[in-house]
Design a protein around this ligand. Sequence first.
Ligand code: ANZ
Length: 870
Amino acid sequence: DNGYDFRRIEAHWTPIWDDLEPFSVNDPSDARPRKYVLDMFPYPSGDLHMGHAEVYALGDVVARYWRQQGFQVLHPIGWDSFGLPAENAAIKRGADPRIWTYENIAQQRASMKRYAASFDWTRVLHTSDPNFYRWNQWLFLKMYEKGLAYRKDSWVNWDPVDQTVLANEQVLPDGTSERSGAVVVKKKLTQWYFKITDYADRLLDDLNQLEGSWPAKVLTMQRNWIGRSTGADVDFVIEGHHSPVTVFTTRPDTLFGATFMVVAPDSDLAAELAAGSSPEVRMRFQDYLEQVQKKSEIDRQDATREKTGIPLDRWAINPVSGERIPVWTADYVLADYGHGAVMGVPAHDQRDLDFARRFALPVRVVVDTLAPVTGAIPVITPEMLESGDIPELDPSVTGEALTGDGRMINSGPLDGLSKSNAIRRAIELLEERGTGRAAKTYRLRDWLISRQRYWGTPIPIMYTEDGTEVPMGLDELPLLLPYEEGMDLKPKGTSPLGGLDGWVSTTTPDGRPARRDTDTMDTFVDSSWYFLRFLSPTDDTQAFDPREAEKWAPVDQYVGGIEHAILHLLYARFITKVLFDMGYVSFTEPFSALLNQGMVILDGAKMSKSKGNLVYFTEELDSFGVDAVRLTMAFAGPPEDDIDWRDVSVTGSQKFLARAWRLAGEVTAPVGVDFALGNVALRRVTHRFLAEVPPLVEAFKFNVAVARTMELVNAIRKAVDSGPGAGDPAVREAVEAVAIALSLFAPYTAEDMWARLGHGVAPAADGTGGRARSGSSLGSTLGSASRDDLVAFAGWRRPDPLLLVADSVTAVVQVDGKVRDRLEVSPHIGGAELEALARASEAVVRSIGDREIVKVIVRAPRVVNIATRG
Ligand code: ANZ
């Protein structure tokens, strides 16, 4: 391999980078524009795995790219270190979860350093550190103050294996726990909630701002999760009952087709209605309720299951027709959706139809779905008559509800209207009579944050003897998570903290005896705001410094797995809006852009210990080197696709890197040579490359950018071997361009190339002559070196428009509405690059003088508009 030795190169640069800490951004006088690039932080279970290898390789391409484009880039890392795996490991070992957690963090940290992601290591945070979680407690108390944290008694999802409650978001569509895999059951408990439902509309509507910068799939998942339905609330008077029962319906147009009402068996309403009925009904109701409670959510929502239910022997009055309809209870109606009660319209709703057919309830068609909505064509056409193909419309016969559009029939004042007009008219009728109104309902539930587990943030609330909640004072925080030798952490349905009497008994700020809440917070609370803590991670006076947030936040680019598409992102969006409302931040969305990487799989299957198809991170690095692994991640395909590790060639990456690196040792034109004197053909290739790569990286087409780099290396090889030769200035120009580009994907190799080319710090010795300077001990190598000597700070070279002429357009640069310059640019130029070119133009700089730039509008490739003030 002609001297390319990744081990030697890694060993050479690691201490130099460590010493220079090149990626910290702590200089308040730095005036460069800012970018905040954030990779989702890891959970410290064991060492890093190949999934981490992917996300941290790709996130780093983005961070390094913007740095190269002249931005100061905040790219922090930390650990999401509270949670169940640590606790389960601790139970196994009979030891403090801290030990396992911080050992794993140390290991992951070492691996991460070796992997050379360009993190700001001065800002590391661990969510299990008191100086982090005390701010969870602060957030909780602030939300409590605003009524956004509250306690209620309700049916919750209970994981019988992990012995803890789960948020709805943690229950998979098949009704099992996302963590333990256990079938989730329902249990009635008093728990703490965050009132995310208050924010449902904003969480939904603000998704529009993210259109185009978040994956469409994630936006859809968020929308469906919030699940806004619009329709009406309709009040039905119940004979002999003190107040009307309200139902939510998306189809108020079908009001005249309501032939029964159904209430959820596990609702308070059902119990009340049963209580007011005969003793026999009461008994049947109790039996039925018991059966229902044994069922899992999966069963209840299974549409194919035979419907069950019992009549309550109560009667409801249809508010528009005055018709008397029977009230039933059935478990296909859910207690916590809408109002826990429905009007049954069997002709037009499949669930209601199945129920009506099972219990012989009447079915009345009120929408003629064969009647076209426009034009007045008869329901049955002459052609139908002729062919004898007359559709069977009666749902009670076909078993198929008529859910489509059509014309209203059997509906008094609504007759003849189309569905949408009838919906509008029905709401008007209800509102005129005061028996109903337009309404919205959401699938989103409040966020249950109490966990009956140990390894999490203690809830800063205590209860006096009569059960009154007393919040801790903000000045009393943190409430430390205690640990006692031999403490019993085993899941038993109540929090392990309850066993620590000394900790539980306390006194209120005004001196009354009290007991602490013994639950801990869901770890999603930690990750709902951690991106703000990175801005001032050691501040012990506030959760984050609002001035720093003003500078850096929101996150410009978030990178991580699609598995967080709902939970984490929704919670972070919610908490951001809460902090906005409290005046702590000036933005309402935390992550301006989102990139989801795919998974690393093997032979088409997800890697797992049980399948025995794990590829080990450290082994890959040992065998092929960090750079080859990182380059392979970038080269494998579009980032959002899965990477089958069987189909990639890490050896191929390694060979390419060796080829590129070798070129750096062959260049003989001196540093600073005038490139304009170089071979024009090669220069054209180089400048096309310089023009093409930035937009590719900005569009996350990393694989194409790598392919372009490979093409350029081939062109240089040819130029050296059979063209103008190694001494041509164009060869130096091209090899420098390769080194700068490779710093995005293969930082060690790129750094060593840069050094071999004679910039800054001495390269790793290669024993083959090269251009290595003498002296390899760290001290003499570093000398007065600074971060600016590193390839990461070399800056992307601007393509010369004259060398792109075959393919260029004129971009106009205006300052305050006056044309100040015209730039020849590639038609494929990226916005940022065009802006940078415009800002760098001498004519533009001159016309701006010492005024302040207040706004830059870029329409690549044609226009840049700069507005100034002062
Ligand atoms: C009458 C009706 C007629 C309905 C019709 C639909 C079609 P989405 O779209 O999911 O919001 N519903 C309301 N509350 C319910 C509950 N707690 N449990 C189960 N079902 C409930 O669904 C709204 C529809 O689901 C509502 O509109 C109601 O049935 C039912 F032709 O009312 B509909």
